[in-house]
Unconditional design. Structure first.
Length: 240
């Protein structure tokens, strides 16, 4: 397996200091990645004539010029957690592998997509419309790489949208009224599934954060369900 060298830099001076190393890595065609922490604005042009064209792999948000211990801690924590996701990692656990999804089918036999939350293709097989079964579905020998969110901000944005759909589906299915016990139970089940049964911790810090985020995501869906149920109760109360 090819090694990749990571350089975490905060200032232009640090970049200049490692310039000879970068030049040698490029000469030997060894992979490397530059990560700019956002501590200060790094001037790449300072070493451009020496090492040739380069570009950072990741640039974190620049730290505010207004200094305070609280602001620094907020910036450092946000950068750390964002880094765990932006650096990227292939998950082997936490329900990510195997994760079978219908991806390849004959266009001529395709009819329509179904499912609000997790869409899947409906196609014609032997004269009937089907979503697939053991006789109609095959499995690829090698997996397809699914590149998901680049950072936590994208995850939160997606959760906010999909949780609306999930809450509506549960509401339309006449889910029992939410209460404290049901909230705790739902979050515990999600934690048990991700962290224990699917062993998210085996994927390291990224896996642990992903598992905890899924617990948060589950809470958001049920919280929006609670809002729908509360609004229905208020409307019913006003009519009476």
């Amino acid at each position: 397996m090819d090694k990749i060298f990571y350089f975490f830099l905060g200032t232009t001076a640090e970049l200049i200091r490692i310039a000879p190393v970068i030049k040698e890595l490029k000469k030997r065609k060894i992979k490397y990645k530059l990560i700019f922490s956002g501590q200060t604005k790094i001037k790449i042009d300072e070493i451009k004539d020496y090492v040739g064209p380069i570009k950072p792999t990741i640039i974190f948000n620049e730290k505010s010029n207004k200094y305070s211990t609280l602001l620094f801690m907020f910036w450092a924590i946000r950068t750390f957690f964002k880094g765990l996701y932006v650096l990227g990692k292939e998950f082997k656990h936490c329900g990510q592998q195997p994760d079978y999804v219908k991806r390849l089918f004959r266009k001529s036999g395709f009819k329509f997509w179904s499912g609000d939350l997790h869409e899947e293709p409906n196609y014609i097989y032997d004269g009937e419309i089907t979503v697939g079964n053991g006789k109609t579905i095959g499995y690829m020998r090698n997996p397809l790489i699914h590149i998901k969110h680049k950072n936590l901000s994208e995850m939160v944005e997606k959760t906010n949208g999909w949780s609306e759909i999930e809450a509506r589906l549960m509401f339309e299915a006449k889910h029992p009224p939410m209460n404290v016990l049901r909230f705790v139970s739902a979050m515990f089940r999600e934690f048990w599934l991700r962290m224990i049964k699917q062993a998210a911790f085996l994927d390291g810090p990224e896996g642990i954060i992903y598992a905890l985020y899924q617990v948060f995501s589950r809470f958001v869906s049920y919280a929006k369900l609670w809002e729908l149920q509360l609004n229905k109760s208020n409307i019913k109360y006003q009519k009476e």
